[in-house]
Ligand binder design. Sequence first.
Ligand SMILES: Nc1ncnc2c1ncn2[C@@H]1O[C@H](COP(=O)(O)OP(=O)(O)OP(=O)(O)O)[C@@H](O)[C@H]1O
Length: 232
Amino acid sequence: MIRFDHVTKTYPRSTRPALFDVSITIDRGEFVFIVGPSGSGKSTVLRLALREEQATSGAVLVAGQDLGRLPLRKVPRLRRDIGTVFQDFRLLGNKNVFQNVAFALQVLGKSGHYIRQVVPETLELVGLDGKAKRMPHELSGGEQQRVAIARAVVNRPSILLCDEPTGNLDPAISLDIVHLLDRINQTGTTIVMATHDDDIVNDMRRRVVELSDGVVVRDEEDSLYLPKGDVG
Ligand SMILES: Nc1ncnc2c1ncn2[C@@H]1O[C@H](COP(=O)(O)OP(=O)(O)OP(=O)(O)O)[C@@H](O)[C@H]1O
């Protein structure tokens, strides 16, 4: 589903690569945490998968497409198959919950009939039934992130990329959010989540890819935030 093959990424005007010789293969349906200290390259992995950035060398393949060879006109179609969730929610403040989620379908030209059917189903999936008419400022942080997740999955993408999705939430709410992501993963969606949150990683026991200074230093199934024997 997502493959990085000896990927190095050096940003313009930067001397040190943000990622160096990174090879990762993520299969369809996996749930993978990307962990590592600030600046280790987690967001860069997600940006490359979205083709917001391009590899300096090596290949990035997503859903069978080599992103280094993907013509610009095909990038929107790639991104339609990838939902994104960020730390800061990024909701439209002048639209209510229903409208925020519906907007993702309107820009794809879906019919009003389809939108009126699918948006309530998605709000129910994320635990927001009954809150469709609330404005973002009338919601808690956890509820706002649920809206963002509904918007990201309403089009049923095969991949969901989450960049520190619990970074602005307190611990109990963070666990609720990641359990929601787990439920979405169980419907077949591949999930890649960059996080600093050791409680979440330890609770979930999924695959952990750890970056340090742009290099993969660990890639383990069923893992903890810190590997065995690591006292740091
Ligand atoms: N647009 C950019 N131009 C130049 N350097 C960048 C750019 N974006 C990121 N970097 C650098 O690349 C490295 C990796 O950054 P990245 O944002 O991927 O790390 P991260 O692990 O996601 O960090 P954080 O946890 O703080 O979000 C850092 O050294 C950062 O300063």
